[in-house]
Design a binder for this molecule. Structure first.
Ligand SMILES: [Zn+2]
Length: 149
């Protein structure tokens, strides 16, 4: 059976909340997604890449909008060798220095060490206001990713 996961990842890949902050924002998110199977905060030791699973729609250069998916695989391997501590790379299309977390992911994706996760939310989407409330409660801007596996 396929699973849907709604994730919120801090824009700063290294940022992590305290356990208390995580608990508070999980409660808030539970109230926003009452039909969800599970809502939880996930901490990681190292930065990881949160892909959107089957929703993946490619990746473009943020500077010139060229399709960079082929290059991206190699750039990910290089960055992974540094445990994603160094996310900067030179785009092949226009030689601009880009940050892998700042590429134009056609369907959102993100790097991070913390994610709020809603398993099978059973809802269409959250509102912009709700997204902002979550970011405010956590005290850091968030990127929203609807993933399907
Ligand atoms: Zn480019």
């Amino acid at each position: 059976m396929s699973e849907t996961i709604l994730r919120y990842v801090p824009l700063d890949p290294n940022w992590q909340p305290s356990d208390e902050q995580s608990g508070q924002v999980v409660s808030l998110l539970k109230a926003m997604a009452p039909l969800a199977e599970n809502v939880s905060g996930h901490f990681e030791d190292d930065v990881r890449f949160y892909d959107p699973g089957e929703n993946w729609s490619g990746v473009k250069c943020p500077n010139c909008k060229a399709d960079v998916e082929e290059w991206w695989g190699e750039a990910m391997d290089t960055a992974f060798a540094s445990e994603f501590k160094n996310l900067s790379a030179e785009a092949p299309c226009c030689s601009t220095t880009v940050n892998l977390n700042g590429l134009d992911y056609v369907w959102p994706a993100a790097f991070g060490r913390f994610a709020l996760e809603v398993l099978n939310p059973n809802m269409d989407d959250t509102t912009h206001e709700q997204d902002q409330q979550l970011a405010e409660r956590l005290g850091t801007p968030l990127r929203k990713i609807w993933a399907r596996y």
